[in-house]
Design a protein around this ligand. Structure first.
Ligand SMILES: CC(C)(COP(=O)(O)OP(=O)(O)OC[C@H]1O[C@@H](n2cnc3c(N)ncnc32)[C@H](O)[C@@H]1OP(=O)(O)O)[C@@H](O)C(=O)NCCC(=O)NCCS
Length: 158
């Protein structure tokens, strides 16, 4: 498995995972803009042509946000999500972010465990934030200066 900056050729695989993972998936167009967003990116965990998982994030000066992370069901619990998240933290820090925020459904135990183990801490809660089903969002954040900045190269965008 390798983690690369996603390109147009990964979009079908990303959308399959997005639709299978979330009750309220993003549209294809909504995901696609992050392939070329100068302040954000989609990282994809790939094996050959297959997309195993992806993460979408955005950096705005010293703050950054994790918008989405998902792994295809058959590849879960093998470290793919952790590898994606760790790479997102490094990329955001390299882009100048000092902090990253995220929102997660209160009931999403696996994602909350992943974020906690990566160093995120709960910093708030938004009532009724999610639709279908309606649920509170837990807000979490992490200081990116805690991240170990290992140098690495991401694949180029197509
Ligand atoms: C959340 C998700 C991305 C985790 O991806 P993954 O590849 O399965 O996770 P990993 O194998 O890298 O596990 C990393 C850590 O996450 C936590 N975790 C993962 N799956 C878990 C589960 N089923 N139960 C509890 N904790 C879990 C654990 O802390 C784990 O560390 P450990 O292996 O040392 O115990 C994946 O479950 C997923 O795609 N879920 C659906 C989409 C989603 O809810 N995304 C988050 C939106 S906010």
């Amino acid at each position: 498995m390798e983690i690369v900056r996603a390109c147009a050729g990964h979009l079908d695989g990303i959308m399959d995972i997005e639709r299978a993972s979330f009750p309220d998936p993003w549209s294809r167009g909504g995901v696609e803009v992050y392939l070329t967003d100068p302040h954000g990116a989609i990282l994809a965990a790939v094996e050959g042509d297959e997309v195993l998982g992806f993460a979408i994030y955005h950096v705005s000066f010293e703050e950054s946000e994790l918008f989405s992370i998902a792994v295809a069901e058959k590849y879960r619990s093998r470290g793919v999500g952790r590898a994606l998240l760790e790479r997102v933290l490094v990329e955001a820090a390299r882009a100048g972010a000092e902090k990253m925020f995220l929102e997660v459904r209160r009931s999403n135990a696996s994602a909350r465990a992943l974020y906690k183990s990566a160093g995120f801490a709960v910093c708030g809660e938004r009532r009724g934030y999610y639709e279908s089903p309606r649920e509170n969002a837990i807000l979490m954040d992490i200081e990116l200066d805690l991240v170990d900045l290992e140098p690495f190269e991401l694949g180029d965008k197509e």
